[in-house]
Design a protein around this ligand. Structure first.
Ligand code: AMP
Ligand code: MG
Length: 190
């Protein structure tokens, strides 16, 4: 399948979480899929979106609400994981587009949860790891978190950190900066 190169779908998920391990009988599940398409012609992020997902094997803990602001009541109104993956395919042609996330966590979580719920993986195999790109472009000898990357690039952190849509928007801004605002260095013609 040929890949569409009109935009990159920047994705950031939030999942149920606890201070330590999940309580007995519960497991970490996706509760929000944050999405922000980066338009490659306009060279800017398009509207961000939050797709809430209702967990079926875990509950939103007080710790998780403190981290993400998401409550059980909010995610109870969400789509099923299957519906959310269908939405990505239907509305965003996610299986035909390049996509990006900050690190490998989001990709691994999708692979794992699709397998566990027997849901078709909604993305293409063209995944960009923005966390690695930041370290490469800035010449760092270790990868850094999203907030640190924004600080190093002097890009303001907008919205609420640990909300999927806001995180996706901030990652899209980082990616746009790396693609189009990094000064060309060391390239000379002979
Ligand atoms: P993030 O994209 O950084 O908001 O993190 C994605 C998910 O990772 C969160 O929704 C949590 O499930 C988990 N997570 C992130 N930070 C923490 C933390 N400090 N403690 C426990 N879980 C976390
Ligand atoms: Mg996040």
């Amino acid at each position: 399948m040929s890949i569409l190169l009109d935009r990159i779908l920047v994705v950031d998920i939030e999942a149920t979480c606890w201070r330590g391990h999940p309580p007995l009988g519960q497991e970490r599940e996706i509760i929000e899929i944050g999405l922000c398409p980066l338009d490659l012609k306009l060279r800017q992020p398009l509207a961000k979106e939050s797709i809430l997902v209702q967990p079926t094997r875990s509950q939103v803990s007080a710790f998780c609400t403190e981290l993400t602001t998401l409550t059980q009541a909010q995610v109870d109104e969400g789509l099923s994981f299957r519906q959310a993956c269908g939405f990505l395919r239907g509305q965003h042609q996610s299986q035909k587009r390049m996509w990006a996330s900050y690190g490998e966590y989001d990709r691994h979580k999708f692979v794992k949860q699709c397998k566990a719920f027997n849901v078709k993986y909604p993305f293409s195999d063209r995944h960009l790891n923005v966390k690695s790109l930041v370290a490469i472009v800035l010449g760092l000898n270790h990868e850094v978190g999203m907030a640190k990357a924004l600080e190093l690039l002097k890009i303001p952190l907008e919205g609420t950190h640990h909300r999927g849509d806001d995180d996706a928007f901030n990652v899209a801004k980082i990616l746009a900066h790396l693609l189009w605002q990094t000064p060309e260095i060391g390239i000379t013609s002979s």
